[in-house]
Design a protein around this ligand. Structure first.
Ligand code: UD1
Ligand code: MG
Length: 456
């Protein structure tokens, strides 16, 4: 191995005009995580010695998103070559090799970048990553040198007629010797269709100085760039495919993988089964042998081993589902701990609550946690039994082993082991149905008479 220090420069100062967004492009999310985080995670995996993210002057949100990585401000957006120069103070002298990456190419893999760096170090001044997209429009084209290697890169707007058909495109990753890179960048001139300092022009400059430039190819889906919302959806699809494959490789069964949506940080245990149409929002951790049935939506949630979730369950931020607990259809859990073996199987809302081990939450139970001004806590003891269609008006505590009768509105604490209920006693009227119907017939006749009079 060599002991050359690696520097990484990530370009993220562009306006992202084609996104038509108020948000900086690199903060748009792929798999529930800002695009730039995918790139930074990859840079961390590379073990870069020095890192600089180039941002615009008005991009504090991007600086915050990439912290603790350092940022360099490109005050005026004058092109990708100009942007790399903005990072010079952070990288020159701190790195021997440099890799330049684009913040809008989020799915590039560390192994690919390592191949690029290796290709550069075998005698070339630069190494450029290429790929063959199904539709090359918008990408810079790689024009190969007759003797091998790369001759130059031509941007879409500057393509000559003969270059229109070139299929090999610029993926946007460049490896270089640090000193050589900055020397080449100083020679850039904005003499092109867009009047910008193109990073891509350093290839022709290196060639003119008699150097060779290596090309490494990557799979098209790995290096697709995001310039529009359509691109964003295409890259999201690739990210989802990767996450589904990774989940299955790690021991989860996905009944219909194409319909399961993951976040980059979703963690599944072994022998988890996920049914069709399940969405994992950010921050979900699932233990071993959990079954998540069809049509569930989970977000910032922990599910312990052997739990059974769904179908049609919604686990919102702060839901913690204990070992072997059951959360059934049309049950919503928010900011609530459901201890081991507890069950809420049907049509319930449990929010801002703690449900003890083995408790049973009957169908239609609602924790009334919000009084219109404040949120309040509901405490349900171990093995408590909450009858169907109960409203628990928080703050309220149901003791361990207590029982609440169906249809109750509970506004005061129920001691351990007590039975509590409140409901109006039924009124029984003998022959009531026949008498009720007679009354309705008469009522209708009177209503018709009244209408006829008002119209005459
Ligand atoms: C760029 C490449 C093109 C390549 C494509 C790959 C250039 C001139 N063109 O085109 O060859 O095929 O990426 O996806 O490099 N940026 C700055 N400052 C600027 C301009 C851009 O930081 O002044 C950043 C952007 O935030 C973005 C990246 O550089 O992350 C690329 O810029 P973008 O405008 O998206 O270039 P493309 O047209 O995609
Ligand atoms: Mg781009």
């Amino acid at each position: 191995m060599n002991d050359r220090r690696l520097g990484a420069i990530v370009l993220a100062a562009g306006l992202g005009t084609r996104m038509r967004s108020d948000r900086p492009k690199v903060l748009h999310e792929i798999a529930g995580r800002p695009m730039i985080h995918h790139v930074m995670a990859m840079v961390e995996a590379l073990g870069a010695h020095a890192t600089a993210v180039v941002i615009g002057a008005d991009m504090d949100a991007v600086a915050a998103a990439v912290a603790p990585h350092r940022t360099a401000v490109q005050a005026e957006r004058r092109g990708t070559g100009h942007a790399v120069l903005a990072a010079r103070a952070l990288i020159d002298g701190a790195a021997d090799d440099v890799v330049v990456l684009y913040g809008d190419v989020p799915l590039i893999r560390a192994d690919t970048v390592r191949r690029l760096i290796a290709a550069r170090s075998s005698g070339a001044a630069l190494a450029v990553l290429g790929f063959r997209p199904a539709d090359p429009s918008g990408y810079g084209r790689l024009i190969l040198a007759p003797g091998g290697g790369l001759d130059r890169i031509v941007e879409q707007a500057d393509l000559g007629p003969a270059e229109q058909t070139v299929a090999l495109c610029n993926a946007g990753a460049v490896a270089a010797d640090a000193r050589r890179l900055f020397a080449l960048l100083e020679q850039l001139r904005p003499n092109n269709a867009q009047g910008e300092y193109y990073l891509t022009d350093i290839v022709a400059l290196a060639r003119a100085a008699g150097d060779s430039v290596a090309v490494v190819e990557a799979a098209a889906e790995e290096v697709q760039g995001v310039n529009s919302r359509l691109d964003l959806s295409a890259v999201e699809a690739v990210a989802q495919r990767r996450l589904r494959h990774a989940a299955m490789a790690a021991g989860a069964t996905l009944t219909d993988p194409d319909t399961v949506y993951f976040s980059a940080d979703t963690r599944l245990g072994r022998d988890v089964t996920v049914g069709p149409n399940v969405v994992f929002g950010r921050g979900v951790t699932v233990g071993d042998r959990v079954e998540i049935r069809a049509f569930c939506h989970l977000e910032e949630t922990r599910v312990a081993d052997d739990a059974l979730i769904g179908p049609f369950a919604r686990l919102r931020p702060g839901a913690e589902i204990g070992v072997g607990a059951h959360i059934g259809n049309f049950v919503e859990i928010k900011n609530a701990v459901i201890e081991a073996g507890a069950k809420a199987n049907h049509l319930s809302y449990v929010g801002d609550a703690h449900v003890g081990a083995g408790a049973n939450i009957g169908a239609g139970t609602i924790t009334c946690n919000y009084d219109g001004v404040y949120k309040w806590h509901t405490e349900i003891g171990a093995r408590a039994f909450i009858g169907s269609n109960t409203a628990l008006v928080a703050p309220v505590t149901i003791g361990a082993d207590a029982m609440v009768g169906a249809g109750s509105v509970i506004t005061a604490d129920v001691p351990a082991g007590a039975l509590a209920f409140n409901r109006a006693p039924p009124t029984e009227v003998a022959d009531g149905v026949a008498r009720f119907r007679e009354r309705r017939v008469k009522f209708r006749e009177r209503a018709r008479d009244k209408q006829a009079k008002s119209q005459s």
